[in-house]
Design a protein around this ligand. Structure first.
Ligand SMILES: *Cc1c(COP(=O)(O)O)cnc(C)c1O
Ligand SMILES: [Zn+2]
Length: 568
């Protein structure tokens, strides 16, 4: 098991990480950071090898840097092949701008088409490690998609809160993964607030975004890859092949990104700082954060020289991905970084972004989403103003491109609508109550299903099939004795049962249930890997609703058996 520390940004209180926590145990501060033994990793072992040498043996994924990621056991890693995205030289744009060293870190090529895949992979892995099976997340769009995909893989059900202005193409993509989608008619910051209240009232794990460790740590891997890939490029070799210790890693002069909540640059800069501290790099790049002028709290506050960001209450932009009006602490962190290493926070208009979108597609063949185009528009602005010098090495985060799910695949009824404005009452209290009532309606789960299964993979598979339907409360037990206790304490509407289990097997449970007046009518579906003998079949005969053989049924088969078995 790997170990790392968590450190409080405010009071510096440090402790060994055990499980995700909402705040510093010492002072209550919510912004926590992970800290690793960087010196230890760079100290040669008995064979004279450091961390860099171990990297040369590893594959092209963000998990090649796992000693610097917040996961204790590799078996909890949830991956879809994210990370190690291409580093593409912007040949034609570079030629056009007279800057030969502009590189595009092509995050469109992640599993769900944005750099949120890195965050989702690590955040969901952290949830898996902590035993979390349901989580609430607020999103301007791409986090919702990425978390839903990785959540599906790990058997973590996602409750996704978005604003109604998120394009329906994106929302259909979320729905196809089986997440619950709640559309809030309000700003993103309000959706975030409601998500937090929903998580609190239901006792469901809340993803804390930039304040959590997972997100920042995930974004670091962008920095690691950039430095390793620039090392190859500097040595004149192919940057698509990870090399580890073969060439000296290189820092760019600039890192540019379009910014909403600021998670990307906060994490990327932490990554460069760690490499610098380890002696792998000898500098940290300048940082340029670009926002849209209709929602630019960071850029405006930066230009005014403010230490704490002034929020934008009513964002006005068509680029919803970037509509975070209340940047909170991320602003102060980024401002400090820019103070230390150089850079800027600035904004461009929607229209400048759309122009840049066309240029990037037509000049270098990359179709990007409008949010990403904001970073390119920023690049153009800085080149034209002379802020970026022609010989400087620039890396731009090509943060995303989402592929639309066609309308006929999901239909129109994939989301719940929660409208704050239509709820009665003007004062805060009534509004709050109206909101919670509205949220009550969102959770339509009434049927309770108990899964009694000792094999974790099989349990996860069954849980996932049920979760993606949204109508079931799921209880789980990992052996017969625990299973019996569970259903006696909390009688379910249906039991899904494995046969071969330690302590008390499935046959024993069926027999005990049939003798119990409270449980004798609860329908049972048996899912087994075992070939049943004639005698065993007879023991179950007339007592169970369905018998499924592991590895031979589809999700729709199980669901149809469940629907038939459940009382009306
Ligand atoms: C999330 C996102 C951003 C903004 O990222 P932050 O670092 O959280 O501010 C920019 N572009 C795309 C495509 C995104 O998905
Ligand atoms: Zn503290």
């Amino acid at each position: 098991m790997r170990k790392f520390d968590i450190v409080c940004r405010k009071c510096n209180h440090k402790q060994t990480f055990e499980k995700p926590q909402k705040q510093c145990t010492h002072c209550g501060e919510a912004w926590l950071d992970a800290e690793y033994n960087l010196k230890g990793l760079m100290t040669p072992d008995e064979n004279g090898h450091t961390w860099l040498d171990t990297l040369s043996m590893r594959g092209a994924s963000q998990w090649r840097y796992r000693e610097l990621l917040p996961i204790q056991n590799d078996e909890n890693i949830v991956t879809l092949g994210e990370g190690w995205t291409p580093m593409i030289r912007a040949h034609n744009l570079g030629l056009m701008l007279g800057h030969p060293n502009i590189y595009i870190k092509d995050e469109r090529q992640g599993p769900t088409g944005s750099f949120k895949d890195r965050q989702a992979s690590i955040a969901i892995s952290v949830m898996k490690e902590a035993g979390v099976k349901e989580a609430v997340v607020a999103s301007t769009g791409n986090v919702a998609i990425a978390y839903s995909a990785f959540g599906a893989r790990a058997g973590v059900k996602m409750w996704v809160f978005v604003t109604s202005s998120v394009p329906s193409e994106k929302m259909r993509e979320v729905a196809i993964y089986g997440s619950e989608v709640i559309k809030v008619a309000g700003t993103y910051d309000e959706a975030k607030q409601i998500a937090a209240e929903f998580s609190e009232s239901k006792g469901i794990f809340l993803d804390r975004g930039v304040k959590a460790i997972a997100a920042k740590e995930a974004m670091k891997t962008v920095a690691f890859e950039i430095a390793e890939q620039l090392g190859s490029i500097h040595a004149g070799t192919d940057p698509s092949v990870p090399h580890g210790n073969k060439y000296a890693w290189q820092s760019p002069d600039w890192f540019i990104q379009a910014v909403s909540g600021g998670m990307g640059p906060v994490g990327v800069m932490k990554g460069f700082e760690e490499l610098n501290e380890m002696g792998i790099l000898n500098k940290v790049p300048k940082l340029a954060c670009y926002q849209v002028s209709g929602c630019a709290p960071m850029a405006m506050s930066f230009q005014k020289g403010l230490e704490v960001a002034e929020p934008v209450k009513n964002p006005i932009t068509d680029i919803t991905t970037l509509a975070t009006g209340i940047p909170g602490q991320a602003y102060s962190v980024l401002r400090e970084l820019i103070g230390k290493y150089g850079g800027t926070m600035d904004s461009v208009t929607d229209s400048e972004a759309f122009h840049a979108l066309h240029s990037v597609a037509k000049m270098d063949g990359l179709s990007i989403e409008p949010a990403t185009a904001v970073a390119f528009a920023g690049l153009f602005k800085m080149v034209q103003s002379g802020q970026i010098k022609p010989e400087e090495v620039v890396v731009i985060n090509c943060s995303g491109h989402t592929f639309p799910v066609e309308k006929h695949i999901v239909g129109d009824h994939y989301a719940y609508d929660v409208d704050l404005k239509s709820k009665p009452g003007v004062d805060g209290r009534n509004r709050q109550e109206g909101l919670l009532t509205a949220l009550e309606e969102v959770d339509s789960r009434v049927q309770r299903i108990a899964i009694i299964e000792d094999n974790p993979d099989a349990a996860r598979l069954i849980r996932r099939i049920l979760q993606a339907q949204g109508e079931f409360i799921i209880d789980e037990a990992i052996d017969g004795v625990q299973g019996l206790e569970l259903i006696q304490a909390n009688p379910p509407n249906l039991v899904i049962l494995d046969l071969m289990m330690p302590r008390l097997d499935g046959f024993g449970i069926v027999e005990t249930m049939k003798k119990d007046p409270f449980l004798k009518d609860v329908p049972i579906i048996v899912i087994t890997a075992k070939e049943l003998s004639a005698i065993e079949r007879e023991r179950l005969d007339g007592k169970i609703k369905a018998l499924l053989q592991k590895g031979t049924f589809m999700d729709s088969d199980l669901l149809s058996d469940i629907r038939q078995a459940l009382p009306e």
